[in-house]
Design a protein around this ligand. Structure first.
Ligand SMILES: Cc1cc2nc3c(=O)[nH]c(=O)nc-3n(C[C@H](O)[C@H](O)[C@H](O)COP(=O)(O)OP(=O)(O)OC[C@H]3O[C@@H](n4cnc5c(N)ncnc54)[C@H](O)[C@@H]3O)c2cc1C
Length: 394
């Protein structure tokens, strides 16, 4: 397995770095590049973030890996990986679920009219999506979802509730899984719909999280979705969801964010003194940093395995689960380790003038818990791996 970048990939990387350097002078830079508050960084949630995504689109960098007939240039997923890693190093929004999950699922499974309507808008960063999978009683056991879609003339009427619909308070479109056949086995009666978020039958309520990230509860009251907004085949939604979740696990969790945290840890260790000695001279601190750096290298290699599998045309299922598990655990380890070493002031929040590093590690400690839940919890990743990768029964 050769993970060395080709000349062309290195050229692209240099071009991305130069673009991001030039963006530092943009009037919106302070909003767009916000590594300090992890919760807001990944999503194009503000007008400034959206404008930044449009500038990325103008460079032709959204949908690069899509086939040419859909406006991509056939670049391998490695180019998107390079771009996402550089974005996450700077705390900028990532290319996200539109290009990665929804775009790729539409390309594989949707009919031509949906592809023509949505793919160009995704490539130009004109629209954003919320994902409506989880419900109050269906999270890990997603196939048990109950949001009911009943047949009406020309479409489907949706009634029920979703939970944890991140981005639903600013997205234009809603990618929703609903039960279209309650009598079929649970995996076989689910259909995916694209719903206009402006539909008056939708009510979006804020759901706060311990990591300060806003997510949402969404209530459906006779939301009528026309047949042309059904994604792929009726009752085949479960297959598409599983495939799209594998895409999510490797487009959202990046090594770049870990690298920038590692740089912060190094900065702290080399500039902070305790009892007349720099932290970096303390053998126990040095040993801890080396252990984290080693884990970081493992995370990087796992990520490359995922990209490699995707570049060969596969859906990197086991690799994606291993990667999510490792990356999210390492985010937690870094925050745990830093809080242990910062002492009591480490837990002051960023509102407190005495907070260390503007409360970055205190916030990170809370935020990194969320990452181990969203996109399928750590326990679920382990279940997937025990069955699919190790072939354990049960
Ligand atoms: C910040 C954040 C953003 C999110 N964004 C979205 C989004 O945009 N769209 C969306 O649809 N969902 C989203 N989610 C929901 C997320 O996918 C679910 O929270 C997750 O799948 C877990 O489901 P649950 O919360 O219902 O917990 P449960 O499924 O009730 O699980 C509770 C606990 O039990 C464990 N558990 C459950 N089943 C098993 C098992 N079989 N074996 C071992 N342990 C098990 C879980 O690991 C967990 O620790 C988001 C969640 C968070 C935290």
């Amino acid at each position: 397995m050769d993970f060395t970048f080709t000349d062309d990939e290195r050229r692209f990387d240099t071009e991305v770095v130069a673009f991001l350097d030039s963006e530092r002078d943009h009037p919106d830079a302070a909003v767009v590049f916000a590594p300090q508050r992890e919760a807001d960084a990944q999503l194009a949630s503000t007008p400034e973030h959206k404008e930044f995504m449009r500038r990325l689109a103008d460079k032709g960098w959204l949908g690069m890996s899509w086939p040419e007939e859909f406006g991509g240039d056939g670049h391998e997923g490695l180019y998107e990986y390079i771009l996402n890693e550089r974005l996450s190093q700077r705390g900028a929004p990532l290319i996200g679920k539109g290009v990665g999950m929804i775009g790729k699922t539409l390309i594989r499974h949707a009919d031509e009219q949906l592809q023509k309507r949505f793919l160009p808008e995704i490539r130009t960063a004109s629209i954003d999506f919320a994902l409506g999978y989880s419900e109050p009683d269906s999270g890990s056991d997603l196939a048990s979802l109950k949001l009911r879609a009943t047949r009406v003339e020309g479409g489907w009427a949706l009634n029920g509730q979703k939970r944890f619909s991140t981005s639903a308070h600013f997205a234009e479109w809603y990618w929703v899984a609903a039960r279209t056949d309650p009598d079929a086995p649970k995996h076989k009666g689910i259909t995916l719909f694209l719903i206009d978020m402006a539909d008056p039958g939708l009510t979006v309520l804020e759901q706060k999280t311990m990591g300060d990230e806003r997510t949402n509860e969404v209530f459906f009251d006779d939301v009528v979705v026309p047949d042309e907004n059904v994604v792929g085949e009726v009752n085949s939604g479960w297959t598409y969801i599983c495939e799209a979740l594998d895409y999510e696990r490797f487009t959202i969790y990046t090594v770049g964010a870990l690298e920038s945290k590692m740089a912060r840890i190094m900065e702290w260790a080399t500039t902070t003194e305790r009892r007349g000695r720099r932290m970096s001279e303390d053998p126990q601190v040095r040993a801890g940093i080396v252990a984290l750096a080693t884990d970081l290298e493992v995370a990087r290699m796992l990520t490359l395995r995922v990209i490699d599998e995707a570049a060969r045309g596969g859906v990197p299922s086991n690799e994606a689960s291993m990667c999510k598990l490792t990356l999210t655990r390492l985010h937690q380890k870094m925050a745990d380790w830093m809080l242990e070493h910062l002492g009591p002031s480490g837990v002051l929040t960023h509102e407190d003038p005495d907070a260390i590093d503007d409360g970055f590690w205190e916030h990170s400690y809370r935020f990194t818990v969320l990452e181990t839940i969203g996109g399928g919890s750590s326990e679920i990743q382990k279940n997937i791996l025990s069955r699919r990768a190790l072939g354990l029964p049960g």
